[in-house]
Ligand binder design. Structure first.
Ligand code: FDA
Length: 370
């Protein structure tokens, strides 16, 4: 008999939720992670009262009541509402595109005026069959918003000119004719009071976790410990890249402590001009709505998109045709595995928000754990 029923590779949200629910069903589980901490990319580090989102801003949002009730067992959420601001040169705009943005852009005061302006902009653009992302965006929203709020940001994110990016990346651009800066349309939203790491500690409470343990450095021995493996690392790496390597976009984070109480007045400020190399600055303490945070300092992080060769980690899957085709081949291989479940953003090679990942992990348990 093996020592464990499940070896869970990855102490992120997928691995954590799977481990918790399998344990509840009486299974013996070992969780490993190659990093020196739990919580995966949602990890927050407490820096004397400021919870730093180490792998970029993480805002929990969902309309799925089952998922919301699930996470609320482990933490209380504050009432943070994501309302990012965009900075283009010296101009500031509210996001997502709404009546505030239109007033700031054109001085339009009513929905009728704003609609007329957008229609005029679209007509002037005269794009009937958009051939690339630039044409697509202009056909949907017109020149001004495209130039100031979309072009540079998108080019930085993808590392390519907007004219070289396919049109399908932008299917629609949500526009609101109300003065509403809430970025998400979801029913529930917030940040765990105490941070995500504390929430993950509760999820993993009583479960054996081994950090600084890379599955691939000790593959045979680790695999021999359990009847089944839940693998949330890279699926192509699991198969030794035998069919080729899946591509990712990378990121770099530059974090500074500043001796001031409030640096930018908002948790998220996007820098939308191409010439500024980072895409956004996060000021972490603003996520902690209603909590006491230090008055003598603040912590900010600049986020730079990178080619994967320059990045320490894979962040965003490049879900274009070529990579999706390759993933499908790996997925086919994975169907032959009787004792391995692939999960999470790296195992399923897809961008997932946290609520999607929790849903997927709960489904995986329902399907696989008797
Ligand atoms: P995750 O990457 O968190 O965990 C996988 C774990 O497996 C990692 O800890 C890794 O170290 C470990 N691992 C990998 N290979 C291993 C190996 N060989 N051996 C041992 N361990 C291994 N979502 C959202 O809802 N709201 C938001 O605001 C954001 N914001 C955001 C910003 C940025 C910059 C990114 C990149 C992503 C987001 N997300 C998000 C998405 C969110 O990060 C994501 O949904 C979850 O972290 C995914 O959880 P997983 O468990 O799938 O992966």
């Amino acid at each position: 008999m093996k020592k464990y029923d499940y070896l869970v590779v990855g102490a992120g949200l997928f691995g954590g939720v799977f481990a918790r629910e399998a344990t509840k069903k009486g299974k013996k589980v070992l969780v490993i992670d190659k990093r020196d901490h739990i919580a995966g990319n949602a990890y927050t580090k407490d820096e004397n009262g400021i919870h730093v989102h180490v792998y970029g801003a993480h805002i929990f949002h969902t309309s799925n009541k089952e998922v919301w009730d699930y996470v609320n067992q482990f933490t209380e959420f504050n009432n943070y509402i994501n309302s990012p601001v965009a900075r283009y040169k010296d101009e500031l705009y509210n996001l997502p595109f709404n009546m505030n943005t239109f007033y700031q852009m054109w001085g339009t005061r009513t929905p009728k005026e704003a609609k007329e302006m957008i229609e005029k902009q679209k007509e002037n653009a005269k794009v009937d069959h958009p051939q690339n992302l630039e044409e697509q965006a202009i056909s949907l929203i017109g020149q001004d918003i495209y130039e100031k709020l979309i072009k540079g940001y998108t080019e930085k994110q993808w590392g390519k000119k907007a004219t070289e990016l396919p049109a399908f990346i932008i299917k629609r651009l949500p526009v609101r004719y109300t003065f509403d800066n809430n970025y998400f349309n979801d029913r529930y939203q917030g940040i765990p009071v105490g941070g995500y790491t504390q929430m993950m500690e509760k999820i993993l409470d009583g479960i054996e976790v081994q950090l600084n343990t890379d599955f691939f450095e000790n593959r045979e021995e680790l695999s021999s410990l359990a009847d089944k493996i839940v693998f949330t690392g890279k699926i192509d790496e699991y198969y030794n890249y035998q069919l080729g390597e899946l591509e990712y976009r990378g990121l770099k984070f530059e974090t500074e402590v500043l001796a001031e109480e409030n640096h930018q007045g908002n948790a998220v400020v996007n820098y939308t001009e191409y010439e500024v190399p980072y895409t956004r600055i996060i000021e972490h303490k603003h996520f902690q709505v209603g909590e006491e945070t230090p008055k003598d300092r603040t912590i900010v992080t600049k986020e730079y998109p990178l080619n994967i060769s320059e990045s320490s980690e894979p962040f965003y899957p490049m879900n274009d045709e070529k990579n999706n085709e390759l993933y499908k081949k790996y997925e086919e291989l994975s169907k032959n595995e009787e004792n391995v479940i692939f999960g999470g953003r790296l195992g399923m090679y897809r961008y997932f928000d946290m609520h999607h990942i929790i849903f997927e992990a709960l489904e995986a348990v329902k399907k696989n754990v008797i």
